[in-house]
Write a protein that binds this ligand. Structure first.
Ligand SMILES: [Zn+2]
Length: 257
């Protein structure tokens, strides 16, 4: 993969700390110790207590930097502002700092963190992410990914069974103005409809649990795993992610809880 491999997690931490909105709570979910290095796994919480809750996360795969960059830009450009009165934001800017620095999908121990949510003894990074679900499910779970092989943007949509929504389609319609969609009828072995992967396996059918399935099992209402295509320049991928976040928040704001 040709993504920039000179990423510094410390720079991400510095950017996030500098950009965190007033009255944010900045939690260190855990400290990842690797050799002489220590990586604090940060979560930022802000917005309206008791409002709709959204978890925005990125960088669980270290070689997918646009998500991490998008989260930093989301904070720095205060794109959350129109939603502060209605939403409580929970943001994990980079779940896999060692992979982010090395430019690898896996962490320093060679583990694909997005396959480890059902493990009895998951890696520390995963245990940290799981801990944020302890206070109850989120209304919306937005997970930012990239796919170096895809021809365009696509997303996985997972809902609780009793919840029907065209939110995924709305996100895709908006992102398409920024980046072409992956129009293949099958993506990553799932049936796809112009970039929408909504007919997904349930947890009982899966050999492993990614984060979105863990969120689903925890009772989160609506999960999106959003994938930009690595074929496009970083700036365009960041823009695609920011568009996806914005449309998800805007459209979900109209939905009653
Ligand atoms: Zn990924």
């Amino acid at each position: 993969m040709n993504f920039n491999t000179s990423n510094s997690y410390q720079q991400v931490v510095d950017r996030v700390r500098a950009a965190a909105p007033a009255h944010s709570i900045i939690d260190t979910l855990g400290n990842l110790e690797v050799g002489n290095a220590s990586y604090p796994l940060l979560k930022i919480t802000f917005g309206t207590r008791g409002g709709k809750t959204v978890l925005i996360s990125a960088g669980i795969h270290g070689d997918e930097p646009a998500g991490v960059e998008a989260v930093c830009t989301f904070l720095e450009s205060r794109l959350y502002e129109p939603y502060l009165g209605e939403w409580e934001f929970h943001v994990i800017p980079c779940i896999n700092p060692t992979g982010f620095e090395a430019g690898t999908r896996e962490n320093h121990a060679g583990e694909d963190l997005n396959r480890a949510f059902q493990w009895e003894h998951p890696p520390l990074e995963v245990a940290c992410v799981k801990s944020v679900f302890a206070n109850g499910p989120f209304d919306l779970d937005l997970e930012l990914h990239e796919d170096v092989d895809s021809v365009g943007y696509y997303l996985y949509q997972k809902d609780q069974d009793n919840f029907v929504s065209d939110l995924g389609r709305k996100i895709l319609d908006a992102v398409e103005l920024v980046m072409p969609l992956d129009e293949n009828e099958e993506i990553e072995e799932s049936p796809a409809d112009r970039g929408l992967l909504a007919r997904l396996k349930g947890p009982e059918e899966m050999d492993f649990w990614p984060m979105a399935i863990y969120a689903y099992v925890q009772g989160c209402r609506h999960m999106f795993t959003m994938e930009t295509s690595g074929r496009f320049p970083l700036k365009q991928r960041i823009e695609a992610h920011l568009t996806g976040i914005e449309v998800a928040l805007r459209e979900f704001s109209r939905v009653s809880r």
